[in-house]
Ligand binder design. Structure first.
Ligand SMILES: C[S@@+](CC[C@H](N)C(=O)[O-])C[C@H]1O[C@@H](n2cnc3c(N)ncnc32)[C@H](O)[C@@H]1O
Length: 278
């Protein structure tokens, strides 16, 4: 049987992935090889002549055949990185996105210590884990409707050595505390837009984490209708929002007696974060 070097395999895998219309095929091939060989991506280029063992080759081929069917690499490898922290993912949780790192960045920059936080729709727990690592907080509660998701969130909190109170709740249903910050990156994709999503997302990520009724506005509406009960006097709400939803969410906020509202753009110039003062 032929013995492959890292360099030969990198080129072959890249071509295979490209043929199957995987975006960034070379980057994907690098990640697969470095994951299986347990090396840094840079090492691929420092040791191009290193030979691959049969066991390693088998693992690489298995991962590649799943990736060729457009399964997200993060689900295949069972992990991703968010704000520099390792986050375990399975196909029952949404893969945390880089836009959401911006939400975390904003909160870390704008908020002081001693904060009481609630995260609604916590998923993998990525947002609250990054906040717990970077803000001095009094306590952090984080809810999700799905118990399976909450188990993964707890594993991620343990992995990153942070203390967060995760509990099951349909939005505010089981929430009794008051908070300085209520944060949410809820499902916000409308039914029409959901149908147009790429295979990577539509066929592999949980629909319940992505799609929302009322043209994608359901969660913003429910949260804003009930938030006053759970916010301290000077409390704030931070939302991640869809690029075309700011105007409608501002209307909903005003209907619910919030008047001080700010919208921030992402790196592509799209409306992405909203801050609402109590
Ligand atoms: C867009 S994902 C966000 C996950 C994570 N916060 C992040 O930013 O990566 C939305 C999350 O809301 C949860 N969810 C859906 N319906 C919910 C409900 N009625 N109450 C609480 N959480 C809900 C989903 O299970 C999912 O984990």
């Amino acid at each position: 049987m032929k013995v492959w070097t890292i360099w030969e395999l990198l080129n072959w895998l890249t071509a295979q992935l490209k043929k199957n219309e995987i975006t960034s095929p070379k980057q994907n091939a690098e990640i697969i090889i470095s994951h299986v060989l347990q090396m840094n991506r840079l090492d691929i280029y420092l040791q191009p002549e290193k030979e691959i063992s049969d066991t390693q080759l088998n693992s690489i081929l298995k991962i590649t055949s799943r990736r060729k069917r457009h399964e997200p690499l993060q689900y295949i490898l069972g992990e991703t990185e968010f704000y520099g922290y390792k986050i375990i993912v399975s196909n029952s949780v949404l893969i945390p996105r880089s836009e959401t790192e911006l939400l975390v960045e904003k909160i870390i920059h704008e908020e002081k210590s001693g904060t009481r936080i609630l995260d609604i729709g916590t998923g993998s727990g990525a947002i609250v884990i990054a906040l717990a690592k970077n803000l001095e907080t009094e306590y952090i509660d984080a809810v999700d409707i799905s118990k399976i998701v909450l188990k993964i969130a707890q594993q991620n909190a343990d992995l990153n050595n942070v203390e967060i109170n995760f509990f099951q709740s349909d939005i505010f249903e089981n929430v009794t505390n008051k908070y300085d910050l209520i944060i949410s990156n809820p499902p916000y994709i409308s039914q029409v837009k959901y149908e147009q999503l790429p295979v990577e997302i539509k066929e592999y990520e949980p629909k319940s984490a992505l799609q929302a009724e009322n043209n994608g506005l359901y969660f913003y509406e429910k949260i804003l209708q009930n938030a006053k009960e759970h916010l301290t006097k000077s409390g704030k709400i931070y939302f991640e929002i869809g690029y075309d939803q700011a105007k409608k969410i501002i209307e909903i906020a005003r209907e619910n007696e919030f008047s001080d509202i700010q919208v921030f753009k992402d790196l592509n110039g799209f409306d992405r974060i909203m801050r609402i003062f109590n």
